[in-house]
Design a protein around this ligand. Structure first.
Ligand code: AGP
Length: 600
């Protein structure tokens, strides 16, 4: 997704802009550009392709103020004309988001004599600001924003004036010594400052080298808190792993530990959340829950459904956020939005829809201060640490960790789960980190297996009940990073259609940990074996039966059946990673995908 950087200070702006843009590469982009004030004139350098190419082609520039952008195409092709910054006269603009009324604005501005040179919505904003400009950039920006519909995070440069604003798209201000920054994401500027202001919707910031002034859209000045970031840039870099994804898979024991820290006491069987804001009585009165999410977070939500229904007997609907918005029936009395980034436009739109029904809302997210956290009644943070790889791994596992705690807590209050059972579950939950480490220590066996199947064109992942969401997640991981066609199926559903696709060149990953319907799962494995499919089973280390039915077994440590999805997840992540590595795919930045999807 698009990235924004802005700088106003005393150092060479180009160096800082380029360096910061490189730190935003993980968000995914197809073109990049900068605009700087060079000797009283704004100069723009931009092109399709990588930042390193943009840097290579830059001339010698002396400038201490500028803006930069990485673009992920939404309006118009990825090319030089459509790359940001966009200019109009002396105004240069970078923008994330979508201006919904841009065609109307384009007609209006064309009639006023403005000439459009790109296919982007952002160019209309540049002309609009120019149209309103009367020697005060902030006034012009505010007037222009009042005319636009849609979402935006923007940085605008005019001479040495630098202004930022946001609505429905993340933007932060970094506070330095005699220099200040604008960025769409913290890692972009963490090298330069740890002091961050989170801009809220409809706020505008004027950024000079020694001052940041923030105003609401009515130009009333407002006081904002400066937050200190306590995680390191190193934590946002690869630490010696080949890819962020592999590093983040290895960070999962720690992430899960953090998710549970301070929230569980296995001796007393207690679970506590600081941001829940729901009384015990309110929880007891919940009769239906709706979970809304996208992609990997949806898969976590689906596991949440199985967990809540098992532990609380509350009916749960899990909805793809982009579909939920258009449903015609009301959601449950509690709506849980799951989003690692907290910025996913589809999830935010669904959440706003849910709020219009008067439901209680709860967010499970990883990003403190993200948009979603400011729109819900309650927030539970997953505490996974920054995740850079586009393919979500540790954030998924931490979401699942929160869902275990939440469903157990609700189940206790509803009287469905006994105190003794909760204590046992909490003990088993706490053991998961060490058990994940054992899987990681044995990752070479997964690599060996993955490399054998890397040439496949189609792969199926199958599982039942609690393992079904992990089958979906395995298929999603494999397709997004290896570009292999993969399907996740409830194993009992294969015979209703997809079995027609199974043949001796269709590997099947069967998640077959022991549980109440293990025998039925074995029957499903026999169905695919009968079609000569090579089968890789993910099975309990104590299961001595499974090898009779499959070609390869990947073992996971023994745990409660309902908790085994956590361990199987790590296997499907590593399997997908090694397949993609063997196929030499760009694992951390898969084609066409972005880390934070802030458009609907
Ligand atoms: C995960 O690997 C994907 N990149 C994607 O499906 C992601 O989970 C989805 O876009 C939702 O993102 P969110 O959790 O930030 O809302």
């Amino acid at each position: 997704m698009c990235g924004i950087i802005g700088y106003n200070g005393i150092r060479q702006a180009t160096n800082i802009l380029i360096d910061s843009l490189k730190r935003l590469e993980y968000r995914g982009y197809d073109s990049a550009g900068i605009a700087v004030l060079n000797n009283k004139a704004i100069e723009v350098y931009k092109d399709k392709g990588r930042i390193i190419e943009l840097e290579r082609d830059l001339p010698e520039i002396i400038s201490t103020v500028g803006i930069g952008h990485t673009r992920w195409a939404t309006h118009g092709k990825p090319n030089k004309a459509n790359a940001h910054p966009h200019t109009s006269g002396d105004i240069a603009v970078v923008h994330n988001g979508i201006i919904e009324n841009y065609e109307h604005l384009r007609d209006r501005l064309t009639q006023l004599g403005y000439v459009f040179v790109s296919e982007t919505d952002t160019e209309a904003l540049a002309h609009l600001i120019n149209h309103y400009y009367r020697n005060n950039l902030m006034d012009a920006v505010v007037s222009a924003l009042n005319d636009i519909k849609g979402s935006y995070a923007i940085a605008v440069l005019c001479g040495s004036e630098l202004v930022a604003a946001r609505k429905d798209s993340p933007l932060i201000i970094g506070i330095g010594d005699n220099e200040n920054f604008i960025a769409s994401d913290i890692p972009a500027i963490l090298k330069y400052t740890r002091n961050i202001i989170y801009l809220d919707d409809m706020e505008v910031a004027c950024v000079t080298p020694d001052c940041v002034s923030i105003f609401d859209i009515n130009k009333r000045q407002i006081e904002k808190t400066v937050n200190t970031i306590d995680w390191d840039l190193e934590a946002a870099e690869k630490s010696g792993y080949d890819h962020f994804m592999l590093k983040e898979i290895h960070e999962q024991p720690r992430a899960l530990h953090e998710t549970f820290a301070g929230r569980i006491s296995e001796l007393e069987g207690n679970i506590t959340f600081d941001g829940l804001n729901l009384t015990e009585e309110e929880i007891r009165s919940i009769s239906r829950i709706s979970i809304i999410a996208c992609g990997t977070s949806f898969n976590a939500g689906l596991l949440g459904k199985y967990l809540f229904e098992y532990m609380t007997h509350i009916h749960v609907d899990v909805e793809i956020a982009s579909e939920f918005r258009y449903a015609h029936s009301s959601p449950g009395s509690l709506v849980i939005a799951i989003s690692q980034s907290g910025e996913t436009a589809d999830t935010l739109a669904a959440l706003r829809e849910a709020k219009s029904f008067g439901c209680r809302t709860l967010a499970i997210t990883n990003v403190v201060g993200s948009t979603i956290t400011r729109e819900v009644d309650s927030v539970i943070y997953t505490r996974s640490g920054p995740e850079i790889g586009v393919a979500a791994t540790k954030t998924f596992l931490s979401q699942v960790g929160v869902l275990y705690l939440l469903s157990l807590y609700f189940g206790k209050l509803k009287g469905i789960i006994s105190s003794d059972r909760i204590k046992l579950m909490l003990v088993s939950l706490k053991k998961l980190s060490a058990q994940i480490r054992r899987i990681l220590d044995d990752k070479e066996s997964i690599r060996y297996c993955a490399e054998a199947f890397a040439p496949a064109n189609d792969v199926f992942f199958i599982g039942r009940t609690f393992n079904y969401p992990i089958a979906l997640e395995g298929a999603l991981k494999l397709k997004e990073i290896s570009y292999i066609h993969a399907e996740g199926y409830a194993a009992g559903e294969l015979k209703h259609g997809p079995l027609a696709l199974i043949a001796n060149n269709t590997p099947v990953v069967a998640i077959a940990t022991r549980g109440p319907i293990y025998d039925k799962m074995v029957n499903n494995i026999k169905e695919v074996k009968a079609r000569e499919a090579p089968v890789i089973a993910i099975a309990d280390e104590k299961d001595s039966e499974i090898e009779k039915y499959v070609d390869t077994v990947i073992r996971v440590p023994s745990t409660e059946y309902v908790l085994s999805p956590v361990l199987s997840t790590v296997v499907v992540q590593l399997f997908s990673y090694y397949v993609a590595k063997s196929r030499k795919c760009p694992i951390d930045q898969p084609r066409n995908l972005a880390k934070s999807v802030t458009v609907e």
